[in-house]
Ligand binder design. Structure first.
Ligand code: AMP
Ligand code: MG
Length: 359
């Protein structure tokens, strides 16, 4: 156990001294967690193989799952990669700093420990002033996966980080709850047409507006994880998982609510604990069970922001069964449902009409 120091601050009033201290920790090979606009990251020196090994150990993460290198200056990208194709340059100009990670061929300075043995590297320039200041204080290149234990939902508050990594890392910079709450969109530029390896705040439509042709990794679309393997190693694991048995109920709203109510009743009769994830609009459809409202369909950013916190809350209460409505919202729906379906281990119940159930 190492004592974990936690420093509270806001983006408007960052604690310069704490950030400098965290930078020192990273410079000498240690680990510090910090807020970004997407989720909290667990940072170590990206150019130091030993620091990357420490990150894998602290998270309990398989070492073939590569880390994203975070920078705080566009120019620092040049040293990390062999070349920057025009399409990547164009996207960077539109979306950095922001929730976009790009994959390019790596240069010699990036150790294989950081890229999980791959010849490509993932790079992001986060849009959070605490993160940016820390990256500068750390020497410019911070490898940072989400600051959760492997297999748990990504952390959207410093309390989540402390829950998972307290006693395992030296410092947590607490910048309050994050703005987006889902991990960055990952776009691979190493094979001609750009490919989305992980959907995020920036969706396929938006990327197509900027770049023209953009494909979705077919591995993300397959029904089960065994048909086509996702290209991002991390998307192959059962990630973002709550401890309880989570199932998604899909279909027309009234029919889905009816199906969830019926199942909740059965669990309660059997003396089992059961939770429900629903929208503000459907909340009143559920008279029993532990009902968690994720947000309004009119505010999809709220739905994204609340997802991981709700999954963690069910873990805290050791809820045995969880049913979630589906949230195919216009822009972030792809990303929200990608995370939710993975959290559910692909257990989706499709309700065609009232009383007609598949799956
Ligand atoms: P996290 O560390 O939780 O932010 O997740 C990082 C994601 O980026 C994982 O799904 C990784 O597999 C993926 N990733 C990182 N580097 C690469 C790379 N070079 N090629 C493909 N996917 C990558
Ligand atoms: Mg992660």
């Amino acid at each position: 156990m190492i004592p974990t120091k936690i420093f509270r601050m806001t983006e408007e009033e960052p604690d310069r001294e704490a950030i400098r201290l965290a930078g020192e920790v990273i410079q000498r090979g240690g680990l510090a967690a910090f807020p970004t606009e997407t989720v909290y990251g667990l940072g170590g020196n990206a150019l130091d193989p030993e620091a990357s090994r420490k990150i894998y150990a602290a998270k309990g993460r398989p070492s073939d799952n590569p880390l994203i290198v975070h920078i705080a200056d566009r120019k620092d990208l040049d040293r990390l990669v062999r070349e920057i194709p025009p399409a990547a340059e164009k996207l960077i100009r539109c979306c950095w700093p922001g929730p976009l990670t790009i994959i390019l061929e790596k240069s010699g300075i990036v150790p294989y420990e950081t890229t999980g043995g791959l010849d490509t590297v993932a790079v992001r320039f986060p849009d959070n002033r605490i993160a940016q200041a820390l990256i500068r204080e750390s020497g410019g290149y911070v490898a940072a996966p989400s600051a959760n234990l492997s297999g748990r939902p990504s952390p959207t508050t410093a309390a989540h980080v402390e829950e998972d990594l307290g006693g395992r890392i030296e410092i947590i910079l607490d910048g309050g709850p994050v703005k987006i709450g889902l991990e960055s969109t990952i776009v691979d530029f190493t094979e001609g047409v750009p490919v989305i390896l992980r959907p995020g705040y920036l969706g396929q439509e938006k990327l197509q507006e900027i770049l023209g042709e953009v494909n979705m990794d077919p591995g993300l679309l397959s029904e089960t994880e065994t048909q086509v393997r996702p290209r991002a190693p991390g998307m192959r694991y059962r990630h973002y998982a709550p401890r309880g048995d989570l199932k998604i109920v899909e279909g027309e709203a009234d029919a889905a609510a009816g199906e969830i109510r019926r199942r909740v009743r059965k669990h309660l009769e059997a003396g089992e604990s059961v939770g429900i994830i629903c929208s503000e609009e459907t909340r009143d459809s559920y008279p029993e069970g532990d009902v968690r409202c994720i947000g309004s369909f009119a505010d999809e950013e709220a739905i994204a922001r609340h997802l991981y916190g709700i999954l963690r809350a069910f873990d805290d209460k050791e809820t045995q069964y969880i049913y979630s409505e589906s949230f195919f919202t216009p822009h972030m729906g792809q990303a929200i449902m990608n995370r939710l379906i993975k959290a559910a281990g692909h257990q989706v119940i499709t309700v065609q009409q009232k009383g007609d159930v598949n799956g």
